[in-house]
Design a protein around this ligand. Structure first.
Ligand SMILES: Nc1nc2c(c(=O)[nH]1)N[C@H]1C(S)=C(S)[C@@H](COP(=O)(O)OP(=O)(O)OC[C@H]3O[C@@H](n4cnc5c(=O)[nH]c(N)nc54)[C@H](O)[C@@H]3O)O[C@H]1N2
Ligand SMILES: Nc1nc2c(c(=O)[nH]1)N[C@H]1C(S)=C(S)[C@@H](COP(=O)(O)OP(=O)(O)OC[C@H]3O[C@@H](n4cnc5c(=O)[nH]c(N)nc54)[C@H](O)[C@@H]3O)O[C@H]1N2
Ligand code: SF4
Ligand SMILES: [Mo]
Length: 730
């Protein structure tokens, strides 16, 4: 079951939520290679270089953390001493309990990427066991707006794009060639079979090159396009009347709202041609059509309503849970996913306590008991660390997230981390976040521990195998949680005991429910499928107050928010003339790179060779106007950002003259501790996290930000060619 048996074994890559099926070859007890598993029903042989090189090289890397470490000297001084696990766990437990004794349970908080993986669920269960509902996840910066819309409408279609069987794929803010190889391969297959592809993206991506129609909106204006597509479809009588009559709530009201955005008006707002909006609507209505959405319309201050407009489009054309449309999430009977655990009454704190989850007062559909993942509103937690309001937050437990690099406003976050009484970080390497910890714990990689997950694309249940033994003293998040829980239990300090499992296998068996009977098959194949039916609304139902897909949201109406999908002018249109004059360009961040997963893999020579510099795409006219040449360094500043970020210019007409576009996640493992360049070349060093926020999800803008560029010197880590390639040469 576990350990270092040589051979080739099916597993599942978990470097990203695509969760491609893999084949891991173990030789002499080490991972010798990773290949795609062509038999996996979700990924169908798709794979990427992060799974092939990133994970095994991280596992074997010379800079990997192999022992618990304790800081010596002031926090962030970059000086560490090795300690034993017992000492580390004892200190974490006693310091967290000391914080709780002094400031109460709400002063304990956590940070993790989400509860999509076991590490998130484990951390939340541990904090809840101590009486705290406070934890941060980065989904407000990721897929949170789409998830909240999916939940509010009752659709439940996340991850269910049936691209292979579609007639029209509508890609909105999605760059699958970099972000998702399984989706990218499906698009290519569909195109070959004659599917039409419509792309809505301000930037040219590889998907644009195979599109039949490309709409190039001003960033942040997509909701107007979606509403005009709805208007066109309704006026031309292309909607699915039967489906709407049976399954949709609020169609008349939606049609009236959409009528406020006829194609001409939307075209003017979005900067596209009205005829193209009409053409997109007609192609989409000629289904089955699959809505393929991405981060480009998520994670901004009008993200939920933008998604609601597109989700309404999916619903009124009846592309719900139908072949070639958007499939609803399927699961085996009795299977629990990690999110289910968060909402299971058996693992809940009293409602009065959960109502104190930071941010619940302002974003009740995001934070707290009625929120999607029950987490906090992150910027409010960071504020609480610094001000003690609404309550003090004095200890932070961080796992599986590199917040100093991936949250906006790195300088403020660093100030907040420095102000805390105690910080634990569980990590693979010394990231900039780990540098601000008191104790750093070494973490196993996806080659060294097992994990079970539900793959909506299969649909199937997938298995990640512990193919090799952990290196050094690395432990899994599960084992770390259990060990800490033992200490809290022994101290008589548990308000609740929400971690009853002793082994990850026992936990996985619990998750699988009845399908655990097929564990042998799951291990042997790396996945198991299960029976499911399409279009079973009668049985599955739509989880909304009306039991129908809510085009008009009774939930939003109930808390005084716009119940219909609406258009909010983008950030730049809300800015005053002086700001616009001072910050004349629009910054898009987060363009994905094949080599990196956000801030990951920066320690790996091959990746740094392929992508050695943090890049900024600039249009040739803009470059000429500013006197910029290819490879120049510029300092980028945003309108209310905390500082500048240095990026290297790439001149390209993939962007329009008013837009500049960069990636994210940059730091240099070899640079000076503690920040390791995270205040120099990390775009989040130039972004604010202080709002405006989406009124429903609390998301901040990471795109469409008014910005300006100034010529700058190369940052220290890049002064000479030799320095830039020193990592690559290792
Ligand atoms: N290699 C690699 N793959 C990854 C990741 C990674 O870091 N590296 N990260 C993973 C994660 S967690 C995520 S969330 C996904 C994200 O991947 P995607 O969902 O593809 O999102 P992005 O690459 O952020 O942006 C997609 C497109 O949105 C466009 N865009 C920007 N602003 C707007 C706008 O206002 N309107 C429209 N219509 N489009 C806009 C951008 O130009 C870009 O081409 O990728 C996942 N896959
Ligand atoms: N400006 C801007 N900011 C963004 C974005 C953007 O587009 N623009 N994108 C946002 C998005 S979509 C996302 S998803 C976030 C990503 O934000 P993060 O989740 O912080 O991104 P990663 O770099 O993947 O960091 C994960 C960290 O966890 C570690 N890790 C990986 N696996 C495990 C594990 O199994 N256990 C433990 N303990 N640790 C593990 C990795 O080594 C790494 O240090 O960033 C967001 N931030
Ligand atoms: S897309 Fe790449 S990183 Fe993500 S699961 Fe697949 S192989 Fe792993
Ligand atoms: Mo993400």
């Amino acid at each position: 079951m576990t350990g270092a048996t040589d051979g080739t074994f099916p597993s599942t890559c978990w470097e990203c939520s695509t969760r491609c099926g893999s084949l891991i070859t173990v030789r002499d007890g080490a991972i010798a290679r990773v290949d795609p598993n062509p038999d996996h029903p979700g990924s169908k042989g798709a794979f990427c270089v992060k799974g092939i090189k990133g994970m095994p090289e991280l596992t074997a890397h010379h800079d990997r953390l192999l022992h618990p470490m304790r800081r010596v000297g002031p926090r962030g001084s970059g000086r560490w001493e090795r300690i034993g696990w017992d000492e580390a766990l004892e200190e974490i437990a006693s310091r967290m309990l000391a914080v709780r004794a002094e400031h109460g349970p709400l002063a304990l908080a956590g940070a993790v990427s989400s509860a999509y993986f076991s590490r998130g669920a484990m951390m939340v269960l541990m904090l809840r066991s101590l009486g705290s509902p406070n934890w941060m996840m980065n989904q407000d910066l990721c897929g949170g707006c789409r998830a909240v819309s999916d939940r509010l409408t009752g659709l439940g279609i996340m991850g269910g794009e049936d691209i292979d069987n579609t007639r029209t794929a509508l890609l909105v803010g999605r760059n699958p060639s970099a972000a998702d190889p399984a989706q990218w391969m499906a698009l290519k297959r569909a195109k070959k079979k004659g599917a039409r592809i419509v792309v809505i993206d301000p930037a040219r991506t590889p998907a644009v090159d195979m599109a039949d129609l490309w709409l190039r909106p001003r960033p942040g204006t997509d909701a107007a396009i979606a509403l005009a597509m709805i208007d066109t479809i309704v006026k031309e009588d292309r909607h699915d009347r039967d489906f709407i009559a049976r399954w949709c709530h609020g169609f008349e009201a939606l049609a009236a709202r959409a009528a406020e955005y006829p194609p001409e008006r939307a075209a003017a707002l979005a900067g596209v041609a009205a005829a193209d909006i009409v053409a997109a609507a007609r192609l989409y209505a000629d289904g089955p059509a699959s809505f393929v959405s991405g981060h480009g319309i998520d994670a901004f201050s009008a993200g939920v309503q933008t998604f609601r407009a597109f989700h309404a489009l999916v619903a009124i054309t009846g592309n719900v849970d139908r072949i070639g449309g958007n499939r609803r999430a399927k699961r085996p009977a009795g299977f629990r996913n990690y999110l289910d655990i968060l909402h299971d009454p058996a693992f809940r704190l009293p409602r009065a306590v959960e109502m104190q989850t930071i941010g619940t007062d302002r974003f009740p559909l995001w934070a707290g008991p009625d929120g999607w993942q029950t987490a906090c509103h992150n910027p409010s937690v960071i504020e609480a660390m610094l001000t003690g309001r609404p309550n003090p937050v004095r200890a932070l437990y961080v796992t599986g997230v590199n917040i100093v690099v991936t949250y906006p406003d790195a300088p403020k976050l660093i100030r907040a981390l420095k102000s805390l009484d105690f910080v634990t970080v569980v990590a693979h390497t010394m990231t900039p976040t780990a540098e601000f910890a008191d104790i750093v714990l070494p973490k196993t990689t996806a080659g060294e521990e097992e994990e079970v997950s539900l793959d909506p694309a299969g649909p199937c249940v997938s298995f990640t195998r512990a193919a090799v033994l952990p290196r050094g003293e690395a432990r899994s998040d599960f084992d770390i949680t259990v060990a800490l829980m033992d200490r809290f239990r022994a101290a008589g300090a548990l308000a609740n005991d929400f971690v009853p499992w002793r082994t990850k296998r026992a936990f996985n068996t619990y998750l699988m429910g009845p399908i655990a009977a097929r564990l042998d098959e799951l291990e042997a194949k790396g996945h198991v499928d299960f029976p499911f039916a399409l279009g079973d609304f009668d049985k599955a139902g739509f989880k909304t107050p009306t039991g129908k897909i809510e085009l008009y949201s009774e939930t939003l109406a109930g808390i005084g928010l716009d119940p219909l999908p609406g258009y909010t002018p983008p950030r730049v249109d809300q800015a005053d003339a002086a700001t616009r004059a001072a910050f004349p360009l629009l910054l898009l961040t987060g363009a994905r790179e094949k080599t990196y997963h956000h801030s990951r893999f920066r320690e790996q020579a091959w990746a740094r060779k392929v992508s050695p510099f943090p890049r900024l795409q600039v249009h040739p006219e803009t470059a000429a106007a500013l006197g910029l040449a290819e490879d120049d360094w510029v300092a980028v500043e945003t309108a209310n950002g905390p500082g500048a970020c240095a990026l290297r210019v790439t001149i390209t007409d993939d962007v329009t003259p008013d837009v500049v576009r960069t990636g994210m996640g940059w730091w240099l493992p070899e640079a000076r501790a503690p920040e390791r360049a995270a205040l120099e070349i990390n775009v989040n060093g130039a972004l604010s996290y202080d709002g405006p926020w989406d009124p429903i999800s609390g998301s901040a803008d990471t795109r469409g930000l008014p910005c300006r560029l100034a010529r700058a010197a190369a940052p220290a880590g890049f002064r000479t060619r030799a320095a830039a390639s020193s990592v690559a040469a290792e």
